[in-house]
Design a protein around this ligand. Sequence first.
Ligand code: HAM
Length: 421
Amino acid sequence: MRVEGVRGMRDILPEETPLWQSLEAEIREAFAHWGYREIRVPVVERAELFSRGVGEETEVVDKQMYVFPDRKGLELALRPEATAPVVRAYVEHGLHARGDLAKLYYLGPMFRYEKPQLGRQRQFHQYGVEAIGSPDPALDAEVMDLAWHLMERLELGREGLFLRLNSIGCREDRPAYREALRGYFAAHADALCPECQRRLETNPLRILDCKEEGCRALSRDAPRSADHLCPDCRAHFADVEAHLADLGLAHELDPTLVRGLDYYTRTVFELCSRDLGAQDALLGGGRYNGLVELLGGPPTPAVGFAGGMERLVILLSSRSGAGGSVPDLDLYLVPIGNEAKREGAKVLSALRRAGISADTDYMSRSLRKAMQVAGRSARYAAILGPDELARGQIKLKDLASGEETAVGLAQFTADPRAFIR
Ligand code: HAM
């Protein structure tokens, strides 16, 4: 019986992994250059971490989270995002006690029960940063600069990309804004979807994230968070914009941008691509000055972002020339006959230990077929047959130039690097 994979959870096949690996390497290097260090948090957390941290009323927690009891009945969740887990770890390990800014980054799978489509999956992979410990608006701008820099490194350039920015104010600003939204939407309640009619009572801000056309149309003229900022939040926002200007980062103010997670305060942003269709957000983030305290730590301001790896892969693999066939191996050994095969196993083992990537044929291929495999997969072929064995030699063929040389088997095994460039 064939057992299929789970809808929305893709295999990343060997043809694709080189692109993933080079992306991951670029991302790690960029994050390290900006002063971030990697943190690895579990894939499974207590479900309450997200219901409290991300918010009970959000789509992510309410509709998309994979929740299950463990064998003792503890309610667990597959992480739908990593900000709450990173903050949990920050509080749990007393990282705040060090009194410095904690700059942390992560890469890894996240899980959301969404309707799968291009760029949207149920298991997807995020790269992200969290800078925990400073309220400085320059840090908001630095985080956005890092997001831009990453896209430049990946040669996604600036054309087709745009930065959407908004401020949703602080906790103190929220009640007045919530009331303004409630008043506005209540006057149009008939046009809201049933879900949003309920949100009208519980959390009218979430109506602004609703994907239903009727609700979206109403949201366009809804009261704007930027008009409900206290003087401190207004000043913070002005500073963020000034720092962005200093860094030469263009942005579009988007008063409808509120982001779908409850922890945000002040700055929210998304970096989007005009080439991605409906799922256009390459990455999103913002400030979350209340989350550390909400999860049991001292009041601690923080800012960060996360992006979806799959969306980068879509953009990069649509580019011409992506996934070109560079040989994976340094050398492919072609033994002829049983004796050569046994001798060849020793040669291979020595080569690999010397740091040379090498492989051989285990499919009893003919010489011609084995040479074809070598041509596809390696830079050199090494041919070992009865004649070579009798002379204590091995024949090396440079597969790019076609040049062949016979070299002493003992010297080759002792110092393969002298023969393979
Ligand atoms: P988010 O906007 O929910 O934010 O997700 C960030 C990014 O993850 C999105 O912009 C998108 O690229 C990718 N993404 C989200 N859902 C999916 C999916 N189902 N399939 C493929 N890609 C997806 C957060 O998760 C916040 N934790 C970001 C953050 C960090 N805020 C502050 N710090």
